[in-house]
Design a protein. Structure first.
Length: 351
């Protein structure tokens, strides 16, 4: 194990899914954050193809890292530490960024830190501004909602770097539900942003879809039943998406079912645990209805709300670097170079 250091310059890489990202962090500030999305590559397959993702990461890592260093105005030799996402994620995709970052740290004789992707999401709502800066002095215990294409979970963050998972989806993630129902409707992948756009001019009460597990007292989620009910609805109304207004109404109705479940279960858990602050991150947090609904419900319940900024909602290396630097500053030792990726790495669970 290496000695703890107070780094002044840290490079982070993130390659857990379909975004190749590199960021340079300096004392809580994001000096650069470069994200190369593979959305267009995977769109024709209707979802992420792991082998293609890994190959694309290998192609993108060098130019993305070079761009991040260039944007930050530094040379690799000025780095004090290197970090990367260690898990969870697609094994071959994780491997690309993790091993590249490890090799870089090894060559530079600097500490290396492997970071839990979801733990990094937990702190992304505390990064804000242009250029983005992490404000840990504002930190307060919170109930954190992580909603993306691969995950939906509620986490009680009791103190900085101390958390327990309260619940998670037992089947599809919320983003997956947006994407799969969108595919049924005939929208391109990923359908989340498209549904968001169409729903803005739709009537959320036009069609009635189930709110899965909403009346269940637990903190778990389930979205596959909602997707199935959309499938049956379309079987019974096959021509409906051809009418532009009905299509907008359908999108608004599906979206409102997803958003209602996410918001109500989050607020209920916060009240039960007497937590005064809610945070949200992950790709689905870009959704305008979710942001609005969380804001108004938190307002009514006198809860502080911190939403990750839109650019930091989707996967990015800036949040990985911010957490890595924070961990090093708080005395974490740089990991051993023989450490490997952990594709199924779980956040600590409530027992
Ligand atoms: O966090 P992310 O970039 O990747 C992971 O899945 O880890 O999240 C991508 C997901 C996709 O399912 C996408 O459809 C969804 O986030 N998404 C949205 C919106 N923007 C992205 N869902 C609803 N409304 C949006 N505006
Ligand atoms: Zn993520």
């Amino acid at each position: 194990m290496r000695e703890a250091v107070l780094p002044t310059m840290l490079l982070a890489l993130e390659t857990s899914c379909d975004e190749t990202s590199a960021a340079v962090i300096h004392d809580g500030r994001v000096l650069s954050s470069v994200v190369s999305s593979q959305i267009r590559l995977h769109a024709e397959y209707g979802g992420v193809v792991p082998e293609l993702a890994a190959r694309e990461h290998l192609r993108n890592l060098q130019p993305v890292t070079r761009a991040a260093l260039h944007e930050a105005g530094i040379a690799a030799g000025q780095l004090d530490a290197v970090a990367a996402t260690r898990g969870p994620g697609l094994p071959s995709a994780l491997m690309a960024g993790f091993k590249a970052a490890q090799a870089m740290a090894f060559a530079l004789h600097k500490p290396f830190l492997g970071i839990h992707h979801h733990e990094a999401h937990l702190y992304s709502p505390w990064i804000s501004g242009k250029p983005p800066v992490a404000d840990f002095t504002a930190f307060q215990p919170n109930l954190s909602l992580i909603v993306s294409g691969g995950h939906t979970m509620l986490v009680h963050v009791e103190a900085e770097q101390q958390h327990r998972v309260l619940g998670a989806t037992i089947d599809d993630a919320a983003g997956e539900c947006f994407d799969k129902t969108g595919k049924l409707i005939g929208l391109p992948y990923p359908a989340g942003p498209e549904i968001d756009k169409l729903a803005e001019q739709g009537n959320p009460k036009a069609f009635d879809f189930p709110r899965p597990l909403l009346s269940d007292p637990g903190d778990d989620f389930s979205f596959s039943g909602l997707k199935t009910s959309v499938r049956y609805f379309l079987r019974d109304h096959p021509q409906l998406p051809d009418d532009p207004q009905q299509l907008r109404d359908l999108c608004a109705s599906v979206q409102s079912a997803i958003v209602e479940v996410l918001v109500k279960k989050t607020i209920r858990a916060a009240k039960r645990l007497r937590v005064g602050c809610i945070t949200a991150s992950g790709g689905v947090t870009c959704n305008r209805a979710l942001r609005r609904e969380l804001a108004s419900t938190c307002g009514k319940n006198r809860l502080t709300l911190r939403l990750a900024e839109r650019e930091l909602c989707t996967d990015n290396a800036a949040m990985i670097g911010i957490l890595a630097e924070r961990k090093l500053q708080r005395g974490a030792a740089g990991g051993a170079f023989e450490e490997d990726i952990l594709p199924g790495w779980q956040l600590a669970h409530d027992l």
